[in-house]
Ligand binder design. Structure first.
Ligand SMILES: [Zn+2]
Length: 321
């Protein structure tokens, strides 16, 4: 699973102890001036947009598992290979701060380092300027407990719906028993792609259309697992639409050819098929209607078509794609 978390990353000076931790992870021993370090909050126990939340034990486990894990910065077109590595973590309970469901707030704070290379210079400058980003962590959990009834939300015993209110409580899914921490990254959808939503499937695939727009514009986009699976769903929906389109086109062509051969018997079948196959769909609809009218004058067509023929011809183009 993949979890996004709005965070701010802040640079921090590397201490000698930290340098020791970093050098446990490096091939060559690095000097303090060779590394750039920063703080990042990876995740917390607040309910997220999927109405899921980690329990404290899960956060503690994540803190443990994320040490040494590489993260990716992909916030600009040439930043594809910029990486940072976590060298220290802590699950921090913030005194006095409560979550929306009344539990003491806790978060996984990590320290990460990246080598001060020419390639990383712009990114380091940007972090030093205090950029705010959304961090995406990818991990595996094995328990999904309903916050209302305490049952596992996957085995069918729990009938509660995430995000829905039951009495004075809102149902959420508590994630626990973390088994793995795969990766972390800064979600890199360029901010401007959210402007100008393209038409199509409405809000359902808004993100996909924006991602595709970003790719089209030559931006380097890192997909989270969720985005990738949504993109696959989007492609499947497009494929289903394409199949419908092909079936419609086939039946439209067959009809147009049939009417054309009746309306203009001088034309040979091959010419008609060629003509219909190469026409734009909108033109083909007009051709079919015209041939149908003409064909109806020559031989009586079905009563349905006759009735349609008697109507004023204003609806030639009303097929919606
Ligand atoms: Zn339940």
């Amino acid at each position: 699973m993949n979890k996004e978390f709005k965070t701010s990353i802040s640079p921090c000076a590397v201490t000698e102890d930290e340098l020791k931790l970093i050098n446990k992870l490096t091939v060559r021993e690095l000097k303090a001036e060779e590394v750039f370090t920063f703080n990042v909050i990876l995740c917390d126990n607040e309910v997220d947009r999927d109405s899921e939340r980690f329990d404290i034990a899960a956060l503690e486990k994540l803190a443990e598992l994320f040490v040494g894990v590489t993260g990716i910065f992909d916030h600009n077109p040439c930043g594809g290979n910029q990486t940072a590595r976590i060298f220290d973590t802590v699950c921090e309970k913030v005194t006095g701060k409560m979550t929306s469901f009344g539990e003491g707030y806790a978060c996984v704070k990590a320290k990460a380092y990246m080598p001060r290379t020419v390639k990383n210079a712009d990114l380091i400058a940007e972090i030093e300027a205090g950029i705010k980003k959304e961090v995406s962590v990818s991990c595996a959990v094995s328990t999904f407990t309903c916050s209302i009834c305490g049952e596992d939300m996957r085995d069918g015993k729990c009938k509660h719906i995430r995000g829905r209110r039951y009495g004075d409580k809102i149902c959420s899914c508590i994630l626990s028993d973390v088994t793995d921490a795969y990766e972390w990254s800064f979600v890199a959808i360029p901010a401007q792609v959210n402007a100008g939503v393209t038409k199509g499937f409405g809000d359902r695939f808004k993100d996909c259309e924006n991602l595709i727009k970003a790719v089209r514009e030559g931006k380097c986009v890192k997909f989270t697992r969720e985005q990738a699976s949504q993109l696959c769903e989007y492609i499947e929906a497009l494929e289903a639409d394409a199949l419908d389109g092909r079936l419609f086109r086939k039946s439209l062509t067959d009809e147009a050819v049939r009417f054309a051969l009746i309306a203009v018997p001088e034309l040979d079948r091959e010419t008609v098929i060629n003509m219909c196959s190469t026409a734009q769909t909108a033109e083909l609809i007009k051709m079919k209607d015209a041939f149908r009218l003409k064909a109806g004058e020559i031989i009586p067509l079905s009563p349905q078509l006759k009735a349609k023929k008697e109507k004023p011809k204003t609806n030639n183009n009303d097929f919606k794609f």
